[in-house]
Ligand binder design. Structure first.
Ligand SMILES: Cc1cc2nc3c(=O)[nH]c(=O)nc-3n(C[C@H](O)[C@H](O)[C@H](O)COP(=O)(O)OP(=O)(O)OC[C@H]3O[C@@H](n4cnc5c(N)ncnc54)[C@H](O)[C@@H]3O)c2cc1C
Length: 477
């Protein structure tokens, strides 16, 4: 029960403490304040939760949700809490922040099925350490190794760094709803074998995913694992424009030759990823295509030969970069980014619009990025770009990131970025995109206008699983 100031009553705090233990439920303001904001504070205003609760098991999660549902207290699930888009910031006063970090067990690694089953607090670093023993790895986002595997896959906004992995890494999962019921998707609903996504009826794993904490709490997830190979080769090819590079990207994807392909501008990502040492980055061509080839002996050599032929034909300039670049690119692609500061050292903070779209529109997205930034007064040297093809298929699916590196302490820059967003969301939708990376602040409104009755069905669906509307809407409805 809440008071008018959005503070939970002592009785509720006591009940929460009875569920998770006294030391794991607190309304201490100093602790609550540490959950009140993330890197997107220019877009999502900070707000303290009323209390922080740290369950250790799905039974505790269920008991907390049932109490919150009975008392109509908003709940914000939080796994590793690194999301940079304000998704885990409470929308309502008086919320319970459900920190799932104590649920950090790897429940199974099955090398025969090539799967891993994890709890929300398991990070990519923790999982990689275990899967390496079997020469396997998870699909990696280009995120620090400290982020949650379960949330990354469940949010399905994943763009991973290995193009050959495709984009569907989730097999099945278990979710606790506000009313305390447990939903299990795919074969997990029928047996103790969680290894097949399409177990019975509709694809519920798909239907329930990509809801940032708005349906219920995911307590377990089974995901695919991928092979780690010993034979690898990296290439860096310079181009002066996005357009010049797209033929080579297309050929490599079409022939399914490269494990990882990334087009970056010569400053931000190369400097950000490999920037632990000095290098005259500005002397590189404006864009650099990074390509990683790998495979079993025999297959590897054959692929490598074909890749070199495509590179030669492309007209790009093959660059001899230091060995450290190669190692970092390999780590980024197959082992996660260990440098969690990544590109932030360029100006301290980073804003991005991430979207999925076809390779054929990549040059247009970049053009719009430069144009809108200049229009709202953001200088050209703050504007960066990168592109990852993420699936070997005819739709030429790419993840595209339009980045701006800036000084987050400058409030005037925050205003420019908000204006940039207002204009850019519409322009990108007009240009044509497949979808957005995640629900950013301000993205849902212009987007739902365009998806017709689907938006109504989506809202009704959320009301079915959460009739009292206790789950944090984040940046959704
Ligand atoms: C520098 C940097 C670079 C990144 N690059 C990439 C990238 O290249 N590709 C990519 O895919 N991602 C990238 N990310 C995002 C990152 O992978 C995700 O943020 C992460 O996997 C999810 O963990 P989180 O700690 O952010 O989740 P949280 O902040 O804990 O949660 C995010 C959202 O999910 C909800 N949620 C949390 N736990 C649960 C649960 N158990 N059940 C239901 N809902 C839940 C929350 O309420 C919130 O809405 C990057 C992040 C950073 C910081």
């Amino acid at each position: 029960m809440m008071t008018s100031r959005g503070v939970l009553s002592p009785g509720v705090i006591k009940e929460l403490q009875a569920i998770v233990g006294e030391e794991n439920a607190t309304d201490d303001v100093a602790i609550c304040a540490s959950y009140s904001r993330d890197q997107h504070w220019h877009f999502v205003p900070p707000r303290n939760p009323a209390c922080v609760v740290r369950p250790a098991s799905k039974e505790e999660v269920r008991a907390v949700l049932m109490l919150a549902n009975k008392e109509k207290i908003p709940v914000v699930p939080y796994s590793t809490g690194i999301n940079v888009r304000g998704l885990a910031i409470p929308v309502h006063d008086g919320s319970i922040l459900l920190d799932l970090g104590r649920m950090n067990r790897i429940l199974e690694i099955n090398p025969e099925m090539k799967t891993a089953t994890v709890e929300p607090g398991v990070t990519f670093g923790m999982l990689l350490e275990q899967t390496r023993k079997y020469k396997l790895r998870p699909a990696f986002p280009d995120a620090p190794l400290t982020v949650s595997v379960l949330v990354n896959y469940y949010l399905r906004g994943i763009y991973q760094t290995a193009a050959a992995d495709g984009h569907d890494h989730t097999i099945s999962y278990e979710m606790v709803l506000p009313n305390g019921e447990t939903l299990r998707t795919g074969s997990r609903a029928l047996s103790s074998m969680p290894y097949f996504r399409y177990g019975v009826g509709p694809d519920f794993a798909g239907l329930l995913s990509a809801h940032p904490g708005t349906c219920g709490v995911v307590t377990e997830l089974t995901a695919k694992l991928y092979r780690l190979y010993d034979h690898r080769q990296e290439y860096f090819i310079g181009f002066e424009s996005v357009k010049d590079s797209t033929r080579l990207i297309y050929n490599l994807m079409h022939d399914e030759l490269a494990t990882s392909i990334r087009l970056v501008d010569n400053q931000s990502w190369l400097r950000g990823i490999c920037g632990t040492f000095d290098y005259p980055y500005e002397e590189l061509p404006k864009f650099v295509l990074c390509v990683l080839v790998e495979g079993l002996p025999g297959l590897f050599e054959a692929k490598d030969k074909l890749v070199r032929a495509h590179i030669e034909e492309s007209g790009g300039r093959v660059l001899e970069l230091p060995e450290a670049f190669k190692r970092r690119f390999e780590e980024e692609s197959l082992g996660g980014a260990e440098l969690s500061c990544m590109v932030f050292h360029l100006r301290g903070n980073y804003h991005c619009i991430g979207l999925y779209g076809p390779l054929t529109l990549a040059a247009r997205y970049y053009e719009l990025h430069e144009h809108t930034a200049l229009e709202v007064g953001i200088p050209g040297d703050h504007v960066y770009f990168y592109l990852d093809p993420i699936y070997n298929f005819h739709g030429q699916l790419c993840y595209v990131e339009l980045d701006i590196f800036y000084d987050g302490s400058d409030p005037r820059f925050g205003e420019k970025l908000r204006e940039y967003n207002r204009r850019q969301f519409h322009r990108l939708l007009d240009a044509g995109i497949y979808g957005w990376f995640r629900p950013y602040a301000g993205i849902i409104e212009p987007t739902t206008e365009r998806i017709g009755y689907l938006a109504e069905v989506w809202k009704k669906f959320l009301r079915i699983v959460d009739p009292n509307g206790i789950m944090n809407p984040g940046k959704l409805f």
